[in-house]
Design a protein around this ligand. Structure first.
Ligand code: FES
Length: 87
């Protein structure tokens, strides 16, 4: 598990091992758009300001993965304890 921080508010949202990052955001009342929930469509793309995403999607290019400044919360997670999201 890991946690996400909402950059605009400082709010910290934990992500349990049994839920997706997107589910945790929705549970916290954040209205992130979604469609495929499989890391294919790119609808849930969210900016990352700090931390290291663990990319598990099939949408981002290798260069975009490497940049670590966006991730797809419907399937991807974090390899650092916290991700600061550009929300
Ligand atoms: Fe399609 Fe996340 S909802 S990539």
């Amino acid at each position: 598990s890991f946690e996400m921080e909402i950059a605009s508010t400082g709010r910290v949202i934990p992500v349990r091992a049994d839920q997706t990052a997107l589910a945790a955001l929705h549970e916290a009342g954040l209205d992130i758009p979604m469609s495929c929930e499989q890391g294919i469509c790119g609808t849930c793309l969210t900016g990352v300001k700090a931390g290291k995403p663990d990319h598990r999607d099939q949408y981002l290019t290798p260069e975009e993965r490497e940049a670590c400044d966006q991730f797809l919360p419907c399937c991807s997670r974090a390899s650092s304890p916290r991700l600061v999201l550009d929300l």
